[in-house]
Design a protein around this ligand. Structure first.
Ligand SMILES: C[S@@+](CC[C@H](N)C(=O)[O-])C[C@H]1O[C@@H](n2cnc3c(N)ncnc32)[C@H](O)[C@@H]1O
Length: 349
């Protein structure tokens, strides 16, 4: 497992490109030459592309290396093919590849940097090297960047089918292995005669709650709103109860959480949230706490002007579409799109 020192050594290293394309480097901590990528992996890379990528997919590939996997992905005609590469000597090779393949987008940064973008991929292929983020961040990253049913594959460095770390703690029932017979020359990382390509079919939990990120604004005071996911930039958040007692909460309490969720409700064509999002509504002349999935046409919501907003329409998306949703970690009510929602999103369950 790569640590920060190994990652730094590798990122700072002068790589050697052999005549046959193999990539090596000298690790000063171990005083040894190590292989980064070797041409004998070609059958593995081609099989990985074959079992994961379909024509028209949006593909994310992490680590360009010799570009073997990238070429195999391109052969399958993805709609888009984003490739992240960290090493300064490999980035120009990726740039050249991108210039010859119009669906390729080169990202000269860590794959983790893509977390700040919106958008999800049909396929995520992880084959980095000396990467300290991999174990700690990859499962979280997949939750943010995969769709329900996306294909996720990664370099199976341990070479078996059972090790928990190798499977990133994803449950067995969603992982299949594709065996490839190989005949590697002696090397420092994989010397078996069979390689098992792991493929995880992503499961995006429908249980998270929050409001749909791209549409959500939050009131930072009585007159101004801002995108909810940027709330950290502002000093205050406007809170209220249904009798109109308002307060401006200071910003130090908020942390924005992002997750994916299916099953989104749209209230009056404007307010979009997952079913478990707490909200306050008036029914039979009484204000009460509800979840969004309990609301009915005719219920009233509490507006930022102290007004009542009658629910005239509730739409529910029961498709497999996964939305990016977010919530802030506070224990008071706040306004999203001018509607008072319940207790911010602190999980009382
Ligand atoms: C084993 S090679 C990839 C081989 C590639 N699959 C192929 O078919 O040639 C690993 C690559 O990941 C890159 N890399 C390492 N850490 C990275 C990170 N955090 N983000 C993006 N690329 C990274 C390395 O510089 C190297 O180019």
């Amino acid at each position: 497992m790569a640590n920060k020192q190994l990652e730094k050594n590798y990122n700072d290293a002068e790589l050697t490109f052999e005549a046959n394309g193999d990539i090596k480097w000298f690790n000063p901590s171990e005083q040894e030459t190590w292989e980064v990528m070797m041409g004998w992996e070609q059958p593995i890379m081609e099989k990985m592309a074959e079992v994961c990528v379909n024509e028209g997919d949006h593909v994310l590939e992490c680590g360009f290396g010799m570009g073997i996997l990238a070429a195999a992905v391109q052969a399958r005609k993805p709609a888009s093919h984003t490739i992240a590469e960290i090493h300064p000597q490999i980035q120009p090779k990726l740039a050249e590849f991108a210039s010859n393949n119009p669906t390729v987008r080169a990202v000269n940064d860590k794959w983790l940097s893509l977390i700040k973008e919106t958008g999800r991929y049909d396929v995520i292929l992880m084959d980095t090297y000396a990467d300290a983020d991999l174990h700690t961040k990859f499962p979280y990253f997949v939750k943010q960047k995969a769709k329900q049913g996306s294909k996720i594959s990664w370099w199976n460095w341990i070479g078996n089918k059972t090790d928990a770390q190798m499977k990133f703690y994803w449950p067995d029932e969603h992982i299949v292995f594709h065996d490839v017979n190989i005949n590697p020359p002696a090397n420092k990382y994989y010397n078996e005669s069979v390689y098992h390509i792991p493929v995880y079919t992503a499961q995006i939990p429908p249980t998270g709650y929050g409001v749909v990120k791209q549409d959500a604004t939050i009131h930072i005071n009585a007159n101004e709103s801002a995108p909810l996911w940027q709330v950290g930039k502002y000093k205050t958040i406007l809170s209220s109860d249904v009798s109109g007692n308002r307060s401006h909460k200071q910003r130090d309490e908020k942390t924005v959480f992002f997750m994916g969720a299916k099953g989104i409700y749209t209230i009056n064509s404007d307010f979009k949230a997952s079913g478990n999002q707490p909200i306050i509504a008036k029914r039979n002349n009484t204000w009460r706490d509800f979840n969004v999935n309990q609301l009915l046409v005719g219920d009233k919501l509490y507006g930022v002007a102290g007004n009542e907003i009658e629910i005239t329409q509730i739409d529910f998306d029961d498709s497999e579409t996964v939305y990016d949703i977010c919530k802030i970690d506070v224990n008071y009510n706040y306004f999203v799109n001018g509607i008072l929602i319940g207790k911010g999103g602190v999980d009382n369950a």
